[in-house]
Ligand binder design. Structure first.
Ligand code: GUN
Ligand code: ZN
Length: 402
């Protein structure tokens, strides 16, 4: 299969640029990339189409797609009143499987081809979610959520049981596969010290991605301080072996300068979730602070505290948040890089997020209905700010068409 259009290419200065060309796909892999604007033959696309790497969402909660928009309460109240009751539905494996299938439809419709996702504490349902993503061709890391306290009894398990189950999930879906299991302690509040430590050991033994939440609200930070009595929030994760270059930490709004230094030294990534931060009124993350201190940054929808499924709109929200703070902000070309190559790097997916030979063919064909190449604005800024999901005419997952 040959796709033709303006190819969104990542460059060394961590920006995307567009150039006309064709992409050849064989057996799910990109086998040729040729630049030029008059191909002899192509199957998909056209002279006004844009071919982008599929979007990658580094932080979302599969069971929370049905609670998007549910009351902008403060985080801990929202967890107790909205989120935990909703996650209990995943005690039913069939429900979890069917819901994941519905979620995949939504992801494909907005061009998302790769995810780092939280399931729930229910072991069989987490396994079913992984199988469902794999069956549909989505790339991903998915974790059984680990919680042994500060949540309803139905959603807590003993640390021993959780680690046994998480280890079983690792042997079923090891790191390196197109879909694999992530070690997923929910956050410091809902995990005892021994649970965090065992999770850190499991991640070190298996090489799995670790995902958790960090410093999303001031109230959360105060409770963590009471529970763990650590100078910096990141120390809780660092001491448990959970702060490495395979760690993806959601939010990271209320960080100290020494938190940021330790994050930078460890190579851990902050998954910035701007729409969730505004919806729950958690605060505004300073892109400029993290950027200045060389902390790695990825982007996530954080559905369902976040309300935007489209990663293009999440990227736009990152720009808006930074602009509202009156700080330096990323360009549309940098933001587009962030949701493709940047997010792939955050998850250590070396063969994703870029249109290069050898990468898996996770691609989005975009056919804008506006004259995006001839307006006054840079083409990628025009597309990002005027964005319309209906422009997505095809989403290829591993070369397969949906
Ligand atoms: N912190 C702990 N759990 C959650 C969650 O489900 N969503 C968000 N936004 N923050 C969390
Ligand atoms: Zn989250």
């Amino acid at each position: 299969m040959i796709l033709f259009g303006h190819l969104l290419l990542a460059n060394d200065s961590e920006e995307c640029v567009t150039q006309p060309g064709t992409v050849r796909v064989d057996d799910g892999i990109i086998t040729e990339v040729n630049l030029g604007d008059s191909p002899k033959h192509f199957d998909i696309g056209g002279p006004d189409a844009l071919i982008s790497p599929g979007f990658i969402d580094t932080h979302l909660h599969l069971p929370q797609f049905d609670l998007i928009g549910a009351h902008g309460m403060p985080l801990l109240q929202w967890l107790g009143e909205v989120t935990f009751p909703s996650e209990m539905k995943w005690a039913d494996v069939d429900f979890a499987r069917a819901m994941t299938d519905r979620v995949v439809d939504q992801l494909i419709s907005v061009g998302t081809t790769g995810v780092a996702a939280y399931a729930t504490v229910h072991h069989e349902s987490a396994a079913a979610a992984i199988e469902t993503l794999a069956g549909r061709g989505v790339r991903g890391v998915v974790g059984q959520v680990l919680m042994d306290r500060q949540a309803p009894a139905d959603l807590c398990r003993s640390a021993g049981q959780l680690i046994d189950e998480a280890a079983r999930l690792q042997s079923m879906f090891p790191a390196g596969n197109r879909v694999s299991a992530a070690v997923t302690p929910r956050f410091a509040i809902s995990c005892s010290g021994p649970l965090l430590e065992s999770a850190g050991k499991l991640a070190a033994e298996t090489g799995a991605i670790v995902q958790t939440h960090l410093a999303e609200t001031r109230q959360e930070c105060e409770l963590v301080q009471q529970l763990f009595n650590q100078a910096d929030y990141v120390d809780v994760y660092r001491d448990a072996g959970l702060l490495t270059d395979r760690s993806v930490l959601g939010h990271g709004i209320h960080l100290t300068a020494s938190d940021r230094r330790k994050l930078q030294q460890s190579g851990a990534v902050i998954a910035h979730c701007p729409t969730a931060n505004s919806f729950l009124r958690s605060g505004s993350m300073s892109w400029a602070d993290l950027n200045r201190d060389s902390v790695k940054l990825a982007l996530g929808s954080d559905i369902g505290a976040g309300y935007e499924r489209s990663m293009v709109r999440v990227a736009r929200s990152m720009i808006e948040t930074a602009a509202t703070l009156g700080e330096q902000y990323p360009t549309a070309a940098q933001a587009w890089y962030a949701i493709t190559a940047g997010n792939a790097d955050a998850l250590s997916w070396s063969d994703a997020g870029r249109i290069v030979v050898g990468a898996s063919a996770d691609l989005v064909v975009i056919e804008p209905t506006i004259p995006w190449q001839t307006g006054a604005s840079p083409p990628l800024a025009m597309l990002m700010f005027a964005w319309d999901d209906r422009w997505i005419t095809k989403t290829l997952l591993n070369g397969g068409r949906e």
